[in-house]
Design a protein around this ligand. Structure first.
Ligand code: SF4
Ligand code: SF4
Length: 298
């Protein structure tokens, strides 16, 4: 799904400045995933190789560049990052530069892998953190969105991470009314406690009407886009695209949400992306109305 912006509308499309480059995302898993969630905003799956996995060498190129540009922390995502055959080498490489948050569906984290992750963490001065995505604390509701057996595999992965001394943050795409957040949060925290996660934390994310969610629910409509007026009482630099960029093996994009949108590709390397970006895509509307950020700290 994409939006054609008419010339007459261009003047009202706000631009987000790059306030400072604090965070670098890396699309380490590309669009390959062992799951095929019904809401995946870049339609990842076992056969989707639209965005290739990053090689260790490609990651290292971006890391070298990021250091000179003052990047403070790193996030990796996909697809599923643990499908990447060089994932452990990539983790070690990134941790030489700064703190790292790994976004994963958790289903590939065996006890042996979790032990190796612990060794990697113990050898690094920077923190290695995990965010495991699920949909529900009830198996049937979870698997209806993420596929058969995804619940049991993710629970095993979370348990293995906890056993290795990690406290994965559970990330959930909201599939209920926002007013129910409080009640749902309590149940997710209880679920993590029951799985022996030392410091239970959760993060609820809005759904983006892109990819599979656009197909299975609805795409954005023409009213759903931002204008200058949207930022009269909202600091535009709160958007994550004011402080981060997304590196792939095939160029650098403005953000993780638009990583499969050619218009969001800003350059071949990070240096070429150090400029404002026009918020012309309807997904920007979701960021604005939810105050959404993909980072862990909110
Ligand atoms: S939402 Fe995450 S786990 Fe599900 S298909 Fe997409 S990348 Fe894979
Ligand atoms: S989708 Fe969100 S993070 Fe990406 S450019 Fe738009 S406002 Fe920024």
């Amino acid at each position: 799904m994409d939006t054609q912006i008419k010339n007459s509308d261009k003047k009202i499309i706000p631009e987000v400045p790059l306030k400072s480059l604090e965070t670098l995302w890396l699309q380490v898993g590309g669009t390959l995933c062992n799951l095929e969630c019904t809401h995946c905003f870049i339609s990842c799956g076992p056969k989707n190789d639209t965005i290739a996995m990053m090689t260790l060498s490609q990651v290292e190129d971006r890391l070298e560049e990021s250091e000179s540009l003052g990047v403070k922390d790193y996030y990796i995502t996909g697809g599923e990052v643990f499908i990447n055959p060089e994932i452990f080498e990539i983790l070690v490489a990134i941790l030489r530069y700064g703190p790292l948050d790994v976004l994963t569906n958790g289903t590939k984290i065996t006890a042996e892998k979790a032990r190796r992750l612990r060794e990697i963490q113990n050898a690094s001065a920077h923190p290695l953190r995990f965010r495991v995505s699920m949909e529900n604390f009830e198996e049937a509701a979870n698997d209806a969105i993420r596929g058969k057996n995804s619940y049991s595999k993710a629970v095993t992965g979370i348990g293995n991470l906890a056993q290795a001394g990690f406290s994965p943050i559970l990330t959930i795409t909201r599939s209920w009314e926002e007013e129910q957040d409080g009640e749902m949060k309590l149940q997710f925290i209880e679920f993590l406690r029951a799985n022996r996660v030392p410091q239970p934390q959760i993060k609820i994310l809005p759904g983006f009407m892109l990819g599979k969610l656009a197909e299975n629910e609805r795409p954005y409509n023409v009213e759903e886009r931002v204008t200058q007026a949207c930022f009269e009482n909202f600091d535009i630099t709160q958007l994550q695209c004011a402080t981060s960029r997304m590196a792939t093996g095939e160029g650098v994009y403005v953000c993780p949400i638009l990583v499969d949108n050619p218009r969001a590709r800003m350059g071949n390397n990070i240096e070429e992306t150090l400029r404002p970006f026009p918020l012309a895509h309807p997904a920007c509307y979701t960021c604005r109305v939810t105050g959404m950020t993909c980072k862990s700290s909110t």
